[in-house]
Design a protein around this ligand. Sequence first.
Ligand SMILES: *[C@@H]1O[C@H](CO)[C@@H](O)[C@H](O)[C@H]1NC(C)=O
Ligand SMILES: *[C@@H]1O[C@H](CO)[C@@H](O)[C@H](O)[C@H]1NC(C)=O
Ligand SMILES: *[C@@H]1O[C@H](CO)[C@@H](O)[C@H](O)[C@H]1NC(C)=O
Ligand SMILES: *[C@@H]1O[C@H](CO)[C@@H](O)[C@H](O)[C@H]1NC(C)=O
Length: 190
Amino acid sequence: MERIAFRMLFLYYFLLLHGANSVEEDIKLSLIKFLEKLSPSNGIIMDPNFGWNMSSDPCAGHWKGVTCEARSISVKKIVLDNFSLNGTLDDESLCSVQSIILLSLNNNNISGEIPREIADCKELTHFYVSGNRFVGSVPALLFSNLKRLDISNNYFLGELPALPAISSLVSFRAKYNQLNGAIHTRIQLP
Ligand SMILES: *[C@@H]1O[C@H](CO)[C@@H](O)[C@H](O)[C@H]1NC(C)=O
Ligand SMILES: *[C@@H]1O[C@H](CO)[C@@H](O)[C@H](O)[C@H]1NC(C)=O
Ligand SMILES: *[C@@H]1O[C@H](CO)[C@@H](O)[C@H](O)[C@H]1NC(C)=O
Ligand SMILES: *[C@@H]1O[C@H](CO)[C@@H](O)[C@H](O)[C@H]1NC(C)=O
């Protein structure tokens, strides 16, 4: 009887430890997939100086553009400005890393749309994508969570969505697009 209980305990700890490790591996995989989609052909993912690989840790290693919160060892910010990234934005991989609060991809060549599922990134409050080749409309859901948003110098089209009455937005830049319509809001924009 005692032996069985001991084995159960062992199994329990094994699962606990194994589970904790695989979460970390999942996050690394998601981030690497995110970068692969951003940069399908220009080789950044293979560049050891860029450092985004499975054999190093995003926080303990030196993944270019990644900032972590030291205490919780979670990825908080991704800043990849000015790298000529010419792929697309993989919201699913990004949002599976729920701890991200800031994404900055200014001055690249990223194309495609910003999927409305970007709102699944629950912690994301700072989103900067100026100077890319984004098309389509600006997802209204972006305005529910974000504090700072910069979509200037892209090819966004159409009407701006009505801002929700309760919005946390403090800064919004959208110059040089093909947007029209008014900003319908009850809040004061700077
Ligand atoms: C992205 O840039 C690379 C060179 O850095 C080029 O070979 C490739 O064709 C470009 N892809 C697109 C979709 O423009
Ligand atoms: C993986 O990234 C680390 C830095 O994060 C770097 O030192 C190492 O050379 C990279 N390894 C490969 C195989 O690219
Ligand atoms: C990207 O380039 C712009 C213009 O050259 C510069 O102002 C900005 O500081 C650069 N950003 C980063 C993160 O290097
Ligand atoms: C974007 O791609 C075009 C060619 O498709 C190139 O002329 C331009 O320099 C690229 N811009 C950046 C910021 O990489």
